[in-house]
Design a protein around this ligand. Structure first.
Ligand SMILES: Cc1cc2nc3c(=O)[nH]c(=O)nc-3n(C[C@H](O)[C@H](O)[C@H](O)COP(=O)(O)OP(=O)(O)OC[C@H]3O[C@@H](n4cnc5c(N)ncnc54)[C@H](O)[C@@H]3O)c2cc1C
Length: 378
């Protein structure tokens, strides 16, 4: 595999502190590994390569995937709930899960049966990591930036690719497959699935991040990468993104659902320190979370968001705002204790994780831009 990835653990001073208190807060046996490693998953890449195998072992990737395709059956809402469960403990693990599960969704919604049959089994059992490099494409379709990968036609059904993806998560060095949108002259952009061992594809070392460091996030450079029609998820990026958008966005809302729930739960647990003055605000935000959660889970299975994507954009924004409010309440309820490393190591991790929620593609700024365009068009 052509990769310059250097997987040396980056251990910040606080990585060395035992996080027993964090692990002891939760008693779910199924996801105890995620809960125990949450601090290290955020602060260094020591366990980055274990996330996919650990989640695969819990059979989480088949949720919402039809049984006849090798999945566990069930609905997309159940897949959102599975991501929510992980995000209660670690947004890094949940974001990796989201990238992987999104790629699985692309295969489910792609007309390319050959690609689906080739990769779905290995994605479901976690042998290969699925990654989604579509933030550039989403910004392109909103008219914010140009596509960063270009295709040169090599004859019927063959193309050569040049360019880069500056941010991609779940580039597991042991093997990955990544979705990327590719510009073509005079024709609609393609959506390609690029394998880690494609000749000319290079993964950089992990990006130096402030958090989510155990997420295998790096850049990809492409030099004369040759692809064939069999490598395409779709030959029209705009059509494909409209098709995947409801599940892509709903699945990422699982990050907000889990993180907001964890922060509110922690805030409630320490609310007595502040004489329960904050309890009404905690309860009110909890009830808003329950309401939005119900709208999301009902809407995704009813197909509402394919007909009304703006409704989903507003839900995603509302949930991100609930996360910010929940993190603030956990801080206020903890008071100065929030700064004591021995008191509650989960708080500062959640605080950092909450900073990522508005940036998940499409970012809140991009969604607000889309809603504003929609209002002007009415
Ligand atoms: C830890 C991490 C992991 C990531 N993993 C992935 C990944 O797996 N795959 C992937 O594809 N990407 C990934 N990204 C990239 C991420 O998805 C993008 O950063 C995200 O889409 C936000 O885009 P942005 O950085 O341009 O910021 P934005 O918040 O979108 O905006 C930044 C700037 O662009 C301007 N802007 C935004 N919208 C508009 C508009 N409508 N009109 C005019 N100006 C506008 C704003 O004014 C602002 O100045 C990752 C990022 C991080 C931090």
């Amino acid at each position: 595999m052509k990769s310059t990835h250097n997987c040396k653990p980056f251990v910040q001073p606080y990585c060395k502190v035992n996080n027993v208190a964090v692990a002891a807060q939760y008693n779910s046996t199924d996801i105890s590994w995620v809960a125990q490693q949450a601090e290290l998953l955020d602060s260094c890449n020591q366990y980055a390569n274990e996330v996919i195998p650990q989640l695969a072992e819990q059979h989480l990737f088949g949720i919402g995937v039809p049984e006849h395709l090798g999945g566990a059956g069930g609905t997309t809402a159940e897949a959102v709930e599975a991501i929510e469960d992980i995000a209660r403990h670690s947004v890094t693990a949940a974001f990796v899960f989201w990238g992987h599960r999104s790629f699985i969704e692309y295969l489910l919604l792609s007309p390319n049966e050959t690609l689906r049959e080739r990769w779905l089994p290995e994605l479901l059992n976690g042998k290969i990591a699925g990654a989604t490099g579509l933030s550039n494409a989403i910004k392109f379709l909103s008219g914010i930036e140009n596509l960063q990968i270009e295709a040169r036609n090599l004859g019927e059904d063959y193309w050569s690719l040049e360019g880069q993806l500056p941010w991609v998560t779940n580039l597991r060095p042991q093997g990955f497959i990544v979705a990327a949108v590719v510009a073509r002259e005079g024709q609609s952009p393609l959506v390609a699935a690029l394998r880690h061992d494609h000749e000319g594809l290079q993964r950089t070392a992990d990006l130096e991040l402030f958090g989510l460091r155990g997420s295998n996030t790096a850049a990809i450079h492409l030099r004369n990468v040759e692809i064939h029609r069999d490598d395409l998820l779709h030959d029209n990026a705009q059509e494909f993104i409209v098709r995947i958008r409801p599940s892509f966005l709903a699945l990422q809302c699982g990050l907000s659902l889990g993180l907001a729930d964890a922060a509110l739960q922690a805030a409630q647990q320490v609310a007595h320190f502040s004489g329960n003055i904050l309890s009404p605000r905690i309860l009110s935000l909890r009830s808003e979370l329950v309401q939005r959660r119900s709208e999301l889970l009902t809407g995704i299975d009813a197909g509402t968001f394919a007909r009304d994507p703006q409704k989903l954009f507003r839900l995603r924004i509302a949930l991100a705002e609930i996360v910010q409010g929940a993190a603030q309440l956990e801080l206020e309820a903890s008071g100065g204790r929030a700064y004591l490393q021995d008191h509650n190591r989960g708080f500062f991790r959640r605080w950092r994780e909450s900073a990522f929620i508005p940036l998940v593609t499409p970012s809140l700024v991009q969604l607000q831009g889309e809603l504003s365009k929609h209002r002007q068009a009415l």
